[in-house]
Design a protein around this ligand. Structure first.
Ligand code: ADP
Ligand code: ZN
Ligand code: ZN
Length: 727
């Protein structure tokens, strides 16, 4: 008999022992069905041993070993274990959450649809000439199947509207049959003709990265917007493919996947490429994951969850827009996909490329001390595309028309007259950020969160953007009965109305989370912008990233001041990155671009650096400040978070946790405080900060502390957040 230590999706920091017969052929990484309490659960075998600390009578046998997919590889298990250790999160939750949903269920995955179709021997022997000349679809199907070996149903459907009918006839004739193989795509020679010659900095970057193809190295590809970073990824990936390797490309946001996907497809038309993100159905995700696990998918493109995809021939990891906060998960396992990508690259011995126009300060710092290698693309790749001119409009003096200054309105008018596009950027959806009573000063707040209720005038609703709570707009002030409640401040919807009144003939399009709720809405809107069917785009951060609009020459930023004097020490880093990104949407082609920023503080160093396009200068300033304040990257942080219905309960838990903290570690513990967003969805949130100058000391402390925390019990939801981004 052997003992299996099984990882289960339960919030306990331990593995669970089960037994299996010696002759059972079980490997680490196998999925097994076990009974746990009164339930049956799926677990993953983490260790195999010949003894257990439990008395033999208490060890239950595994109920079933699933053979529907190969076991998780040692490589991926290693990564998951590292992740669980680093974030002090139960291994079982880490492992099970990395699996596609169907693999977490208590029954083996059923093949509902065959993965594809192939020709039988009779089919292979068939010549196209044997089919009637008019049977164009059948001929095409025959030829395509001969070429590809196996075709997925979708690909067949794509051949012609009647191709599936033809397939049914082929099957009836015995010419075609189901196949469980997705044919490994033929490795076509990589096309290099017709590609633009690389600029000298691109050339240098590609050469440098390729020179270190066989070992771990983090490359920071620091290139301004439009400098051709993606082109660098493509060239390096071409080499990876040529050597039969796999490449993993991570992007911060789902909305960026379609355009990148089509750019990759166009470059590598014969390569099996899959994407992984949360908008795929469970079945699609399993299929893509399996294709990567089998080594058939050569390029895996996805959001942070794609990080844990098994890839046996992994040769390159790219993290695009590496500074983006979305790489960090904000609940459950609070991992940073960027940091774990580096850990993965280290384990797999592959290069990791971090691309950004505004690297995270931590990354910039690591490059400055030589831990990462910096490669720079200092100019836009298209020779005529200059960087946009950035100006501030001082709104402390200017008179505003519904939040817009004369200078911005004039600039918009000029673009309209020239037939060019403008983007007005405002990072607030809804009509106005709050409803206010002019008599008594009442403002609409959410009773479940410490936040304000946003006015959605068209729907006549007030909405909390944090918890989703909704109510109708009250006819009178709930406090004093005043009937003149007024929306205060600007949101995308109000801006849409204002611009519509100012420019009645202009074609205006609002792109925010509300207007893009329908699945195909965003792609359709992007299409319209590209086709120049829009004059003025009103956009939130949804539009700030990645998009390449050739006719866009003006970007107006309506209100950026909120973050300037925030208590969050990362707020100005984030604001700079965001404004740089939005500014980067202007003048990407041959038409020169201009960026106008409305602000009360035009002389603020952040804007001054932005005007000079001086990320390195700004980063130096911030690093000096961080060093003085001993903030990251000059220290390492972790938060113990707690939430409970009453703030006192959460704080009491944290004080107790402070009490049980092990001594003898070189770390500082701060006192418990309420979170910046103190109330969220009816829960009071508080945290306790731990800080250390050495990562090793912090990690050792957390390991010891974590054990005490698990034994504390209590009715408080708590979690550790290592390298927290939000406070
Ligand atoms: P980034 O990823 O840095 O924003 P891209 O790779 O998207 O930059 O390149 C920006 C634009 O420049 C794209 O339209 C791209 O096709 C073009 N481009 C990139 N490299 C070159 C090059 N070497 N020669 C000509 N055009 C290029
Ligand atoms: Zn009132
Ligand atoms: Zn709320």
């Amino acid at each position: 008999m052997k003992i299996l230590r099984v990882a289960l999706d339960v919030p306990l920091d331990t593995l669970f022992d089960y037994s299996a017969a010696d002759q059972d052929n079980i490997a680490i990484g196998d999925r097994v069905l076990v009974s746990f309490g009164r339930r049956q659960m799926v677990g993953v075998v983490a260790e195999i041993s010949d003894h257990s600390d439990l008395s033999p009578g208490r060890i239950k046998p595994v109920l079933q070993v699933f053979r529907d997919t190969p076991p998780l590889s040692e490589e991926i298990f290693h990564l998951l274990r590292f992740c669980a250790d680093y974030y002090h999160h139960p291994l079982g939750e880490v492992v099970l959450n990395a699996l596609p949903v169907p693999l977490r269920q208590t029954k083996p995955v059923a093949r509902t649809n065959p993965t594809g179709y192939r020709l039988t021997e009779a089919g292979l022997a068939l010549e196209a000439d044997a089919l009637p000349t008019r049977a164009i679809v059948k001929r095409k199907l025959l030829q395509s199947l001969k070429q590809a070996g196996t075709l997925a149903r979708n690909d067949i459907a794509g051949l012609s509207p009647s191709a599936l009918q033809a397939l049914r006839e082929f099957i009836a004739q015995g010419w075609a049959a189901e196949s469980d193989e997705i044919a490994e795509p033929v490795l076509a020679p990589v096309k290099t003709d017709g590609l633009p010659p690389l600029t000298p900095p691109q050339e240098q970057a590609v050469t440098a990265i390729l020179s270190g193809q066989d070992h771990f190295q983090v490359w920071l590809l620091y290139g301004i917007t439009g400098s051709g970073k993606t082109e660098v990824y493509l060239r390096v990936i071409a080499q990876v493919l040529q050597r039969g390797g796999q490449a993993l490309v991570l992007v911060p946001e789902i909305n960026l996947t379609p355009q990148l996907e089509s750019r990759f497809r166009a470059r590598f038309p014969d390569t099996c490429q899959v994407s992984l993100h949360s908008r795929l159905s469970a079945g699609e995700r399993l299929r893509n994951w399996s294709l990567a696990q089998s080594g058939k998918a050569k390029i895996v493109l996805g959001t942070r969850l794609a990080l844990f995809t098994p890839m046996p021939k992994l040769k390159l990891i790219v993290v695009d827009e590496e500074h983006d906060g979305s790489f960090k998960q904000q609940d459950g396992l609070r991992y940073s996909a960027r940091d774990m990508a580096i850990a993965r690259g280290k384990q797999a011995g592959t290069p990791v490329i971090l691309g950004s126009a505004t690297p995270a300060l931590e990354t910039w710092y690591n490059a400055s001390i030589g831990r990462y290698q910096k490669l720079e693309l200092p100019a836009r790749a298209i020779a005529e595309a200059a960087l946009p001119a950035i100006h501030c409009i001082d709104i402390s003096r200017a008179k505003l028309v519904d939040g817009l200054s004369d200078s911005l309105i004039d600039a918009l008018r000029v673009r309209l007259e020239r037939g060019e596009q403008s983007l007005v950027f405002i990072n607030r959806r809804g009509y106005a950020p709050v409803m206010r009573c002019g008599q008594c000063g009442w403002v609409s707040t959410c009773h479940r969160c410490s936040s304000r209720l946003v006015v959605h005038l068209r729907e006549k609703r007030l909405r909390c953007h944090h918890c989703g709570h909704e109510s109708r707009i009250p006819p009178t002030c709930p406090d004093c009965g005043n009937a003149d409640l007024a929306p205060l401040g600007q949101g995308t919807q109000r801006l849409e109305d204002t611009l519509g009144n100012l420019f009645p003939a202009a074609r205006i399009l609002r792109v925010d989370r509300d207007s893009t709720r329908r699945k195909q809405a965003l792609p359709e809107m992007l299409e319209r912008i590209h086709a120049a069917e829009v004059d003025i785009v009103i956009g939130t951060q949804l539009l700030a990233k990645g998009h390449d609009f050739k006719k866009l020459t003006l970007v107006g930023v309506v209100n950026a001041d909120g973050a300037l004097y925030s208590s969050d020490f990362r707020a100005s880093e984030r604001l700079f990155a965001q404004l740089m990104q939005v500014a980067g949407r202007a003048g990407r082609d041959t038409l020169p671009g201009e960026v106008l920023i409305q602000t009360q503080f035009p002389t603020h160093p952040l804007f001054q650096a932005l005007i000079r396009h001086d990320y390195p200068g700004f980063a130096e300033t911030l690093l000096t400040e961080r060093k003085q304040a001993e903030f990251p990257p000059f220290c390492h942080q972790a938060l113990l978070r707690a939430e409970a219905p009453q703030v006192e309960t959460a704080l009491a838990f944290l004080r107790k946790a402070q009490g049980v903290a092990p001594r003898d570690f070189d770390v500082s513990l701060f006192d418990p405080v309420p979170a910046q967003m103190a109330r969220l969805a009816g829960m009071e949130r508080a945290h306790l900060l731990v800080q250390a100058t050495s990562r090793g000391a912090l990690q050792a402390f957390l390991s010891a502390w974590n054990k005490s925390l698990f034994s504390m019990g209590g009715n408080v939801r708590w979690s550790l957040d290592v390298d927290p981004l939000e406070f």
